[in-house]
Design a protein around this ligand. Structure first.
Ligand SMILES: [Zn+2]
Ligand SMILES: [Zn+2]
Ligand SMILES: [Zn+2]
Ligand SMILES: [Zn+2]
Length: 381
């Protein structure tokens, strides 16, 4: 568990490569439909609704993160969902437009063979994920989550709720309703719902290289000293300007300026550290280190205190597991002229005991931190 940080990178699946992103291959991936792990106790449509606008959240990404020392977590995947409503991202902090679920299975289970799948395409690769789990539970035709609602006319198409039924109706079910061939679910081509789903990528994992090569080590104290010295003349100048502006306000202004300068230095320092740490691998979208080195923050604002992170429902503490980086936004096609989905970083905390229950999907905790207003971060694209 004391292993270093692992980084995740987004890779386009390539022609004919999307079979790798389906459940039997235990993928880590962004966008499209979730590739569910276990088939028991999937998150309910209600649990997947945004806490701010109450619309269904889209599947954002999943990470395959088994715990080798735990037989009950021989397979283990974390699933993150995110609302598509830009205005839901205005506030920092917990949950809101985001949620995360954890699921795990022992090596011997009802769904997957004990041996790992072959690293080659199946004989008849299909691009689309199945619209039914092997256990028979039907999935919403739009989002791939549990679909307890059925089209009242054909009694065939299923949905997570009325929003996706309406979306599918507009996008073509109006014409195909009732026309499905007898005996096959897979015959009905699922229309692409790009206005709801995020684009699909495979996530490739690599260990982070050691932070600083030995020959270019900078003594952090020296650097700190240099920053402080360079600030000083400016500060002095500002204080002198205050002097001439009027002696009566001097002490107040001095204090304010000092506080401002202090805040600026601290803020710059955290943001500076973030930029330096990311600079070696600017394309990283994930930093993973369960229970090890903590997240890197983008600002000194809205860093959660220990008691901001609720315990798991089993009573155990939650520990840092991974963070999602702002670079992922470049892959999601969410830029618009107006307000966009946005974050500085999303930090996921999971049960320290990795409790199991009945192999159902358990909700964990996610925290959103934003860039501070005066930090300018332009991830390379
Ligand atoms: Zn929302
Ligand atoms: Zn749906
Ligand atoms: Zn229908
Ligand atoms: Zn727990």
């Amino acid at each position: 568990m004391a292993a270093g940080v692992e980084l995740g990178f987004a890779a386009a699946p390539g022609p004919g490569g999307s079979w790798r992103l389906r459940s039997p291959y235990f993928p880590s991936k962004v966008g499209g439909w979730p590739a569910w792990l276990g088939e028991v106790g999937l998150p309910s449509p209600a649990a997947l609704r945004c806490a701010r606008c109450r619309q269904p959240r889209s599947f954002l990404l999943q990470l395959y993160a088994p715990l080798p020392q735990r037989p009950d977590a021989f397979h283990r995947t974390l699933f993150v969902f995110a609302c598509r409503g830009a205005s839901c991202y205005r506030l920092p902090g917990p949950l809101g437009p985001l949620c995360v679920f954890r699921n795990q299975l022992p090596r011997r289970n009802d769904t997957y063979p004990e041996e790992p799948p072959p690293e080659e395409p199946p004989p008849e690769p299909t691009a689309a994920p199945p619209c039914r789990l092997r256990c028979g539970a039907a999935l919403c035709r739009v989002c791939g989550c549990l679909g307890p609602h059925v089209c009242g006319r054909c009694r065939h198409a299923v949905y997570c709720g009325p929003e996706h039924q309406a979306m599918d109706w507009r996008r073509g079910h109006r014409r195909s309703c009732g026309k499905h061939a007898a005996g096959g679910d897979s015959v009905v081509a699922i229309p692409e719902h790009n206005e709801f789903l995020f684009p699909e990528y495979e996530i490739l994992i690599e260990p982070e290289e050691p932070e600083f090569p030995a020959d270019s080590t900078v003594d952090p104290d020296d650097e700190q000293g240099a920053v402080d010295t360079s600030k000083d003349p400016k500060e002095q100048e500002e204080l002198r300007a205050t002097d001439s502006a009027g002696e009566a306000f001097q002490s107040l202004d001095e204090k304010t300026l000092e506080a401002m300068a202090k805040h600026e230095t601290k803020e710059d320092k955290i943001f500076q550290m973030f930029k330096e740490r990311v600079a070696a691998e600017p394309e990283q979208i994930i930093r993973y280190c369960r229970g090890g080195e903590g997240p890197i923050w983008v600002s000194d604002e809205n860093i959660p205190e220990e008691n901001d992170i609720p315990n798991c429902s089993c009573g155990a503490k939650r520990i840092f597991e991974f963070q999602i980086m702002p670079q992922l936004l470049n892959h999601l096609q969410v830029d618009s002229l107006g307000e966009s989905i946005d974050w500085g970083t999303l930090v996921v905390y999971t049960c320290a005991d990795n409790c199991g229950g009945g192999n159902e999907y358990l909700e964990e905790f996610i925290w959103k931190q934003d860039f501070s207003a005066d930090s300018i971060y332009l991830p390379s694209s």
